[in-house]
Design a binder for this molecule. Sequence first.
Ligand code: 13P
Length: 251
Amino acid sequence: MSQRLPKLVIGNWKMNGSHAANARLLRQLLDAGLRGAAVAPPFVHLGQAALQLAGSGVFLAAQDVAAEAGSGAFTGEVSARMLAETGVRYVITGHSERRQYYGETDSLVARKSLRVREAGMIPVICVGETLAQRESGNALAVVAGQLQAIMDEGGVDLLSGAVLAYEPVWAIGTGRTATPEDAQTMHHHLRATVAARNAGIAAGLCILYGGSVKADNAASLFAMPDIDGALVGGASLQANDFIAICHAAEA
Ligand code: 13P
């Protein structure tokens, strides 16, 4: 069980949005007085969101980051330092869509997460199993294996004050959510996996659940002792849904 961390909700907008739609959505979130939640727009919209969110209780997150340190000839990449300078607080690393479509490995995820920490931001490190892995009974071993590989490369200190996100691939964008009990079992297992290396870091680790989190299932997920919040995709694009999930997190 975690140290009663305040629940965190992050909206991952993925490749969605436009200047007009973002301005409207952010205005609705600000009008609702959200405090402590974060949104992750595409890179090109981070500057717009930073201006609109400045001084508010809504934080900025990025969806990815370069694995390379410093700056240099890496066409198309965005460095951790650039994100920090733009006002980003959280950076998602190793989302399953990046693993699945762009071949990201645990080793790359670890290096990206290290860059995030070096730049003074908080990595949101994603792990999760496929449907085939769950159906073959290997979910716990697969997901803990991802986490072990990330800790092998980055060290357990990588997770100190960090955020881990458990996102079962079969639950993302499908409307199928893990049951609160199954998610709790996984979160507990992940915390124990970290505790085997450092109990203090494990107790302070914020573990989010992601995968079809909606206004009507958020509260039952948040009631679980090792679920410290949510990484929300589709529902974060609808102001009312995202606000309702954030309110469930505050309850
Ligand atoms: P959905 O909430 O749309 O299932 O997406 C989850 C996700 O991938 C968040 O990063």
